[in-house]
Design a protein around this ligand. Sequence first.
Ligand code: ADP
Length: 253
Amino acid sequence: MPEVIISVKDLVKNYGEFNAVKSISFDVYEGEIFGLLGPNGAGKSTTLEIIETLRSKTSGQVTVNGFDLDKEPEQIKKIIGVQLQTSGFYPGLNLVELIHLFGGLYNQDVQPMELLKKVNLSDKAKNKSKELSGGQKQRFSIATTLINNPKIVFLDEPTTGLDPQARRNLWDLIKEIRDNGTTVILTTHYMDEAEQLCDRIAIMDEGRIIKLDSPDKMIDDLVESGFERPKQVKAANLEDVFIHLTGRGMRDE
Ligand code: ADP
């Protein structure tokens, strides 16, 4: 059995009278890519921000790597990497300067070039963050989650707004991070992304987890229940056409 690295039990979050998270329970296993999916307002960010120690909970128990959220939030902070909004990067600083700045916040001695190499941005080291393309900004933002060598990284819609090539490139990066032993939790609105990347997903709706399983098992369950697609499925989709025509190469290097 894989080790549980995050355990959430009966988690409740109320905003005043409004019950945003309605007693949810789930475990995340060490070394997996775990997806939290659901429509806007489902309670995904609230749940993640509570685990990240950034938001208070109403009730329930959360344990991260054996640390109780109520008793040892500082220990939890030390072992997680949270994606910073790219808008928060000082536009006038170059990437090396930004990494030193964030390293200082984490009280970590950082090796900027090593970190930039991991996310394939070595040749942009001296560029300012405002000079990066959308895909490069996202890769840099993922690099910032790795500054403190975390055991778990949280990625919030990591590929939103990117072109298909940049999305695939980020999928490879996220898989690499997982393959290096880091547990990844992400949110996404792209079902193809969840299917490609996630070992398991939890689908949230209106504050509840309505299904938690591997993408494969979820699809099999639906088919078994008698579901059929309304029309004949083609052997390729429009995204395949796009990638076939334009190639997999990155355009924004
Ligand atoms: P998601 O990330 O799935 O879109 P959120 O966790 O952001 O969902 O929000 C869940 C619900 O809680 C929404 O109805 C949202 O309006 C509400 N909510 C989120 N943050 C606050 C807040 N600070 N105060 C009041 N309501 C909030």
